[in-house]
Design a protein around this ligand. Structure first.
Ligand code: ADP
Length: 271
């Protein structure tokens, strides 16, 4: 399989639009403008990019960024082999060569000296200097850079530099409002809408605890997890505790509050 085919999104991912983001992304892509999707964890940022890659029929290369990631992890490195050395392109280089959308997930996690390697790709130059090889790679006309960014994690140590931020167009994402989230959870898992609505209600109530002892609310991802467990025959109460309450906090008081909300919501349902 060619690189291009390997990275294509072959099946349409389910994506529930929240606004005009699909048309806006298409406009940004048409102009090959770099895109940043901002928002809390598990609210649909990655799913959106995956959907757009499918819709635009472009390969997608996703990189989960972390603090140990170096510029070489993105650009590439020489490998030692029995007969000498061989160059191996990193994911950013592959994307620039084949004309993929390169999605750097949680870019803030990467160190700033790593982040700067994307700069020459994000302006009119559209080049990637591969210093170790002495190559200046011109990006394929289809190449586009997309990054995700969770402003909730922002701290003095971990924030994107203005010089990086100001190279991107940006979308603000948030957890969907109840009706949309119910549709997402029901469509994603096949759970009936009435039960999905109850899970969403608990999720939304927990989001109000943010700042009152909770750093982040319950994500749509976790609501989907709870629904998946219920579809597998787990009782709604157990599913909610396991997927929605336990992962997000170790604080006994908050757990109790969440457990009460779960009990109250599924009171009439045999647990
Ligand atoms: P993140 O914002 O952390 O990138 P994801 O895109 O991975 O989050 O979303 C987490 C999960 O939530 C997805 O796997 C999907 O099940 C569900 N989800 C959230 N928003 C949507 C949406 N708008 N359409 C479809 N699924 C969604």
């Amino acid at each position: 399989m060619t690189d291009k085919a390997q990275y294509k999104v072959h099946k349409e991912p389910f994506y529930q639009a929240q606004g005009r983001e699909v048309a806006l992304y298409e406009a940004a892509y048409a102009a090959r403008l770099p895109v940043m999707v901002k928002g809390p964890t598990g609210c649909g940022k990655s799913r959106f990019i995956e959907y757009m890659a499918w819709k635009l029929d472009k390969p997608l290369i996703t990189v989960a960024c972390n603090e140990d990631m170096t510029a070489s992890d993105l650009v590439g490195r020489y490998l030692l082999e029995a007969n000498g050395t061989r160059w191996l392109d990193g994911p950013l280089t592959t994307a620039a060569r084949i004309g993929a959308i390169c999605y750097l997930d949680e870019i803030v996690e990467a160190r700033q000296d790593t982040t700067v390697v994307i700069h020459p790709l994000t302006d009119h130059r559209r080049v990637l200097p591969i210093d170790k090889k002495g190559e200046l790679l011109e990006a394929h006309p289809d190449f586009q850079l997309a990054i995700s960014y969770n402003p909730g994690y922002q701290s003095l140590m971990k924030d994107l530099k203005q010089s990086t931020k100001q190279r991107f167009t940006a979308f603000d994402f948030d957890y969907p409002e109840a009706e949309l989230e119910t549709r997402i959870v029901a469509t994603e898992t096949g759970l009936d809408e009435a039960t999905a609505a109850k899970l969403v209600k608990i999720g939304q109530a927990a989001r109000n605890l943010k700042g009152h002892g909770l750093d982040e609310g319950i994500s749509t991802r976790l609501v989907v997890y709870a629904a998946t467990l219920i579809k597998r025959g787990v009782s709604p109460r157990d599913a909610c505790r396991m997927a929605m309450a336990r992962p997000i906090t170790d604080d006994a008081d908050i757990r109790e509050t969440l457990d009460h909300a779960i009990e109250a919501t599924f009171d009439a349902t045999p647990a």
